[in-house]
Design a protein around this ligand. Structure first.
Ligand code: EPU
Length: 445
């Protein structure tokens, strides 16, 4: 049964109140799950978000022969010791781009892997040339027929030097995973700096890998098999890493809640997050005039009701790789900019299809001019009106929820599935802070 969200808007009032908790990061747990392919003993992760993309990844791993069980509310144990296949299921792998993360460890463990092109999607073309080039440089041979790739390295992968012409997040993670199982040293240059890359390297190191330089553009991996249980507990970045490895908080979820706070809350505390991962957003909101309080693992918007939208000013946003402004927060930020005074430009530099959703915001009453596929101009403030919308992807879907909360009247957001891919039971958490939202079953939506 399909589902949709129905939201009664607040007509611009800033009345939400209370605390909202951030879950573990989608884009951290997906590579961590891929990393379990190396291990002949079970791995256990805490703070795992119960989202559709995790369910899809677990399904893929199960089809390869892994076993898993939920040992706690958000604690997941996964055992890849009986994993026997290196062929990714065509339909499942195509439905989720992150399935490509599995190719690195499968290739390193079995000397071969077959997988379909994970496909483009609504946010842009999303090529995989860098993954293929990286595997080739590690000594693998690649053949492609009808968008099905066969990669083999019968004598094992060999450490290499690889320069990313563009720093790719899953590219860095996949080649790092492959390099852990390769013979010799690999140096990844112009690698992605994202916290999710760091989280993956920390997990691999906790299992005996020798990776250094993560969090910088040059990552060095001393290859060699990993078949170890987690060693003693250690403190990494303020988090205790023990037998149960904690997934880092989702910075995109935290950032979206912060934007929601700026838009529609009087007092809102966002808990269980890592504010240091959100400097670019906090800076942009403060520039606009929003009062953001920052704690060790929380963020807060205080007494926001007194701040009229006319006193908040426009900000120009340019998405960049971490620590720049995240492309995954671009759509929620655009909703915020429809509510502040002046003209804001938004320049999406990472993906070419990631501004298409603005057409729907215009239908709601936003004043947005599209310059080209990468740039729009938002004029504010404008009052938004409730509408029926189709959630186009995970992040724009959440932006529609924010727009619906700000709008006057009722909005319906179809395709709840897209939002469920990245956010766990979002309606339950939003209800607690005063949002009038319900999930409704629908035959066609
Ligand atoms: N690129 C290439 N060739 C490749 C790979 C990437 O040209 O082989 C280009 C892309 O076209 C893009 C740029 O490199 O222009 C950067 O894309 P990247 O590879 O970093 O994106 P990704 O790894 O596929 C991850 C997140 C995305 C997030 C981007 C950017 C995961 C599972 N996905 O994607 O998250 O938008 O990094 O930060 O980590 C989402 O969570 O909704 C989402 C789309």
């Amino acid at each position: 049964m399909k589902q949709k969200f129905v939201i009664e808007g607040l007509a611009g009032k800033k009345v939400l109140n209370g605390e909202i908790k951030v879950n573990g990061a989608k884009n951290a747990i997906l590579p961590l799950l891929a990393a379990t392919i190396f291990l002949d003993k079970p791995a256990e992760f805490s703070n795992v978000p119960k989202i559709e993309d995790v369910a899809r990844m677990l399904e893929l791993l199960k089809m390869l022969g892994s076993e898993f069980e939920w040992t706690g509310e958000r604690t997941l144990k996964i055992d890849a010791s009986k994993l026997s296949s290196q062929v990714l299921d065509n339909d499942n792998a195509k439905r989720m781009r992150a399935s490509i993360l599995l190719t690195g460890p499968l290739l390193a463990r079995f000397g071969k892997v077959s997988f379909p092109h994970p496909g483009g999607c609504v946010i842009g073309e999303r090529p995989i040339d860098l993954f293929i080039e990286g595997f080739k440089k590690m000594g693998a041979s690649v053949s492609e027929k009808n968008e099905l790739f066969e990669i083999s390295a019968v004598n094992g992968l060999i450490g290499t030097e690889f320069f990313f012409p563009v720093p790719s997040v899953t590219g860095t993670e996949t080649l790092m995973l492959a390099a852990v199982g390769a013979k010799g040293k690999t140096i990844l240059k112009n690698a992605a700096l994202e916290p999710e890359v760091v989280c993956l390297a920390e997990f691999l190191n906790s299992r005996g890998a020798r990776i250094s330089g993560f969090g910088t553009p040059e990552i060095i991996i001393e290859g060699g098999r990993l078949f170890k249980e987690s060693t003693s507990s250690r403190l990494i970045d303020g988090r205790t890493v023990d037998k149960v490895f904690p997934v880092i908080p989702d910075r995109i979820e935290a950032g979206s809640f912060l934007i929601l706070g700026a838009l529609a809350a009087d007092n809102l505390k966002i808990t269980d997050c890592q504010p240091a991962h959100l400097d670019s957003l906090i800076e942009a909101l403060r520039f606009s005039g929003v009062t953001v309080e920052v704690g060790s693992n929380w963020l807060a918007i205080k007494n926001n009701e007194k701040v009229a939208n006319e006193t908040l000013r426009a900000v120009n946003i340019k998405t960049r790789e971490y620590p720049g402004f995240p492309t995954d927060l671009q759509a929620p930020m655009t909703v915020f900019l429809t509510q502040v005074f002046g003209e804001s430009s938004i320049h999406e530099t990472i993906f070419e299809g990631r501004l298409n959703y603005v057409v729907d915001l215009e239908k709601m009453g936003a004043n947005i001019k599209m310059w080209d596929a990468h740039r729009v101009l938002v004029k504010g403030p404008t009052s938004l009106k409730g509408k029926e919308l189709d959630g186009p992807d995970i992040r724009a879907g959440l932006a529609y929820i924010l727009a619906a909360i700000v709008a006057e009247g009722e909005s319906t957001i179809n395709n709840a599935y897209f939002i469920d891919r990245g956010y766990e039971r979002i309606e339950e958490r939003l209800k607690k802070i005063g949002v009038k939202i319900k999930r409704v079953d629908c035959e066609v939506c």
